[in-house]
Ligand binder design. Sequence first.
Ligand code: 3HC
Length: 335
Amino acid sequence: MYSQGLIGADSSSDETPEFMAAFQQRIDREEKIEPNDPMPSGYRKTLIRQIGQHAHSEIVGMLPEGNWVTRAPTLRRKTALLAKVQDEGGHGLYLYSAAETLGVSRKQMTEELLDGRAKYSSIFNYPTPTWADIGAIGWLVDGAAIMNQIPLCRCSFGPYARAMVRVCKEESFHQRQGYEIMVTLAHGAPEQKEMAQDALNRWWWPSMMMFGPHDSDNTNSDQSMAWKIKRFTNDELRQKFVDATVPQAEYLGLSLPDPDLKWNPDKNDGKGSYDFGPIDWDEFWRVVKGGGMMNKDRIAARKKAWDDGEWVREAALAHAKKRKNQQATQNVAAE
Ligand code: 3HC
């Protein structure tokens, strides 16, 4: 499966109750687990799954916005969007590198993405028909990503936590440039405000789905919380996102497409919080399982990029091999 021999020997036979208890005590003491530390195979597997899918999401997430780089309405919007899309590519490479420290190769992760064994965030399977979508993505999708990624800066796995610190700094710029686009449109001509409202109507519920299934339905959360990979549950982060975003929509003068949304003063230990309507999980799983409008396009684009890059990977590996042989020859001559 993964080349575990390289990094921190862990196999089910080593996972005695004492080993597992000692590992959990490290987690409970808030120690960072590093790649060469002994770790349960389930911990490694969960991290490879989550970090790999996170990385896939960052790279696939470049596609919906990349669609508008050549059509941005001004040079300033174009440069900001270019910077954001480039950032997302960097986040993906950062995260692939963090996953590789666990003994999985980029080749394997990419193959699993392309053949459907690995997921990416379903939100990126929606189309971006108008410029307002770029504002809505920055505001809502990156806003949801920030809500989810800030706790990951305290993830128990060192490389992931450290990667998230850099990523989160850039995400806040992504969210701000998106919200600024929405402010411009919402306070612009009626047609612009209508375009912003249309984008909000299409991106609100898929953004709510970004946090994953309800706590009662998700499969990985309990263990991920125990291992402090996750610091909050899916529903806790979703609620934080709603409570932060509703006032922003009100400032825009836009209405959220949820008739059940209302302030509940009794929630959140009497501090109050928003109630919201039911999420369409059939839609979520339909898109996750390939039924979204853009699933095929996204995977086709990733496959083309992977195939087109074959020669670059071959050349880089050949060059590295040649350098290694030259070094070996020099070492022999020096002896
Ligand atoms: N899209 C697709 N699949 C999803 C999903 C989503 N939004 N949310 C959950 N799922 C899948 C999970 O992957 C899991 O399937 P698997 O076991 O085959 O992997 C299943 O649904 C059950 O969900 P769980 O809640 O049990 O899964 P997790 O414990 O992994 O929690 C998560 C899901 C909260 C997304 C968690 O994986 C996580 O925090 N990941 C890191 C953050 C991340 O990946 N964000 C994606 C967006 S990145 C982004 O937006 C970049 C920005 O710059 C644009």
